[in-house]
Design a protein around this ligand. Structure first.
Ligand SMILES: Cc1cc2nc3c(=O)[nH]c(=O)nc-3n(C[C@H](O)[C@H](O)[C@H](O)COP(=O)(O)OP(=O)(O)OC[C@H]3O[C@@H](n4cnc5c(N)ncnc54)[C@H](O)[C@@H]3O)c2cc1C
Length: 387
């Protein structure tokens, strides 16, 4: 077996486990902060949840109450434009940022009430009655009852974002090792009275050591913490989507109702999504599910019935029990930064996660209070660690 290590360097070294948008964003900020970064992925860069997504930057549409998570989402939303501009400058690839907002339409009384209940705390939102909504998007169904106009909820194309991120990382000098799974975290003693320290990763090509390791393995993250006796309560949440196109554009904004959204892309296609089921690591796409999704899309935008089918796929959101990500460190596993569990919002949360990982790595005060995301809040720590 080949023994590998980070390159001979005087810079601090970092391994990022997971080449999704979260690992990519963390690697990008670490590299800008002077770290010599290696990204490991069990497959190709950006081929899991990060390119299965619809690309909505939906701080408003995705949050149902005020609190720290809403602030985290808002913060990332505010960083987004500059982040994608910077990635484009370095990589020459556009993430296809679109600054039209989202129309969150209600089709039922219950949904209308839920949306109205957000008005006291939600920012950048306006209630539109049905007529006003249809003036903005005339193809919307006459059955809509009005809803929220969310002008700050922009979008990107996740596939192009992943390409831009990957190319920017390479230009910054990061090593991206595709098809190189991390099998387990390597441990050594912590300093003084502190617990053990993570000193690197056992990979399919041998051990790889670094000053810092970032856990950004999406829905697969628990497999890496379990041998340490740390049971991470995360699970894959499958989402199926369809892409369609029409002869002429139907909408400019993203339109979204309960259980279905339609996101218009720069190339004239629309992403219609997404289902949400917990069925393990299954990524099969089912005809009936896609037919149901298309029916919901046509209920919102009737001319979707005429659309031409382009493509279908499924992805696995990294779900957590409380819906919040794990962002932070743990005294019993020093040298490891947790950046996982971004569930439905990892595209949106990528820039703020990158910035927070960098601050944790440098020992700086994080720009936001991370208590709500502490890994310790939900971890079961057992004594039967195999390491
Ligand atoms: C259908 C759907 C629609 C979505 N829409 C949106 C949206 O509109 N807006 C939004 O903000 N979010 C959306 N999301 C959520 C978003 O896609 C995720 O939150 C985000 O992609 C998570 O990124 P990640 O990097 O943590 O995970 P992933 O993209 O899954 O990346 C994890 C990576 O780790 C790698 N890996 C795993 N185990 C190992 C190992 N042992 N060794 C090495 N590599 C490993 C995997 O191969 C993978 O590439 C959507 C998700 C889905 C499925």
């Amino acid at each position: 077996m080949t023994i590998t290590s980070s390159s001979q360097t005087t810079r601090p070294t970092a391994i990022v486990i997971g080449g999704g948008v979260i690992g990519g964003a963390a690697a990008y900020d670490l590299s800008k902060a002077g770290f010599d970064v290696t990204v490991l992925d069990k497959g190709a860069f950006g081929q899991e949840a990060s390119t299965a997504a619809a690309g909505m930057l939906g701080a408003q549409v995705e949050t149902h109450h005020s609190g720290p998570f809403y602030e985290l989402c808002r913060h990332s939303q505010q960083l987004y434009r500059a982040w994608t501009d910077e990635l484009e400058q370095i990589s020459g690839i556009s993430a296809q940022y679109i600054s039209e907002g989202i129309l969150r339409a209600a089709l039922t009384d219950e949904d209308e009430q839920e949306l109205r209940s957000r008005l006291p705390w939600i920012q950048d939102a306006e209630w539109l009655d049905a007529a006003a909504m249809r003036r903005m998007e005339p193809e919307l169904s006459p059955d809509i009852r009005g809803g929220l106009y969310l002008p700050a909820d922009h979008q990107v194309h996740p596939v192009w974002l992943a390409k831009a991120l990957q190319a920017a990382l390479v230009k910054q000098g990061c090593r991206i090792r595709e098809w190189t799974p991390a099998f387990r975290l390597l441990t050594g003693p912590g300093a003084g009275t502190a617990g053990r320290r993570i000193i690197g990763v056992q990979t399919s090509e041998g051990p790889l050591y670094a000053d810092l390791t970032v856990l950004a393995a999406g829905a697969w993250s628990p497999a890496l913490t379990e041998p340490l006796g740390l049971t991470l309560p995360m699970f894959p949440v499958k989402g199926q989507c369809i892409s369609v196109k029409t002869a002429a554009p139907l909408i400019r904004s993203t339109v979204f109702t309960k259980g279905c959204y339609i996101v218009p892309k720069q190339d004239g296609s629309y992403i219609v999504g997404a289902t949400q089921v917990e069925v393990g690591f299954d990524k099969h796409v089912h005809v009936q599910t896609i037919a149901d999704l298309h029916e919901k899309a046509a209920a919102l935008l009737p001319r979707m019935a005429e659309a031409e089918f382009v493509h279908t796929w499924a992805g696995l959101r990294p779900g957590t029990q409380d819906g919040l990500p794990f962002l932070g460190t743990l005294d019993t596993a020093l040298g490891l930064i947790w950046a996982t569990g971004h569930y439905r919002n990892g595209i949106l949360l990528a820039p703020v996660t990158g910035a927070l990982v960098k601050q944790l790595a440098l020992g700086e005060q994080p720009l936001l209070n991370l208590n709500a995301y502490a890994p310790s809040r939900a971890l079961k720590q057992t004594a039967n660690a195999t390491l």
